[in-house]
Design a binder for this molecule. Structure first.
Ligand SMILES: [Ca+2]
Ligand SMILES: [Ca+2]
Ligand SMILES: [Ca+2]
Length: 206
């Protein structure tokens, strides 16, 4: 049932419901407070809150809202709403007290502070250091301690899982060597058999 509902809709397409905030609210109360969390980020366009009401027979009725007060609170750990936890952003704020990055609002996910080719967002996601140009996501050590054995190491983070692919040719045909490998920070070590046919490996963050 889509009536009796408060929903968030984009201004460009008001019939598209992005998120239902509340349903079946009784209409006899006033000064009602509804708390909800937006489950998307990036408010770069206009959105509407759509209020739909119906009578007991599900006929849509027009309602008059005399006073709707909307209070928006950013997520507690992300006051600048950029997707990076504020505590993590402090690494970049504190990296150089004399640079232009004086607060979390000066840290931008698309920037690359240490110039290693990986953005702050990518470094956060991979669990690598955003202030160390030698720290970025890649297999940092591949060794073959004995014939037929391959040891692969990479910088890893908690709450991340990894997939390892192997290829027997260089034509981009990949098969999964292992998936769901849990991060064991700071370094993951994975040992596998390495027949001569392996020509390349690839490492992905799931
Ligand atoms: Ca943030
Ligand atoms: Ca970087
Ligand atoms: Ca780095």
């Amino acid at each position: 049932m889509q009536h009796k509902q408060i929903a968030l809709v984009p201004a460009s397409n008001p019939t598209q419901v992005l998120q239902v905030i509340a349903t079946d609210r009784p209409n006899t109360r006033s000064n009602e407070s509804i708390t909800f969390n937006l489950n998307f980020r990036g408010l770069y366009t206009n959105y509407y809150f759509r209020f739909l009401t119906s009578d007991l027979y599900d006929n849509v009725r027009t309602s008059v809202f005399t006073n709707v007060k909307l209070t928006i609170r950013p997520a507690a750990d992300d006051q600048d709403n950029d997707g990076l936890p504020d505590a993590w952003e402090m690494i970049l704020v504190n990296a150089d007290p004399n640079d232009g990055i004086q607060s979390i609002f000066d840290v931008h996910p698309e920037d690359d502070f240490d110039g290693d080719g990986f953005t702050e967002a990518e470094e956060y996601y991979a669990g690598t250091s955003p202030t160390d140009p030698t720290s970025y996501f890649r297999a940092q050590s591949i060794a073959s301690p004995m014939t037929g054995q391959l040891v692969i190491q990479w910088p890893s983070a908690t709450n991340r899982t990894y997939t390892l692919l192997r290829s027997t040719n260089l034509l981009g045909t990949w098969s999964t060597e292992a998936s769901g490998i849990h991060g064991t920070p700071p370094i993951n070590t994975f040992t596998t058999t390495a027949p001569d046919s392996i020509k390349a490996i690839r490492l992905l963050i799931e």
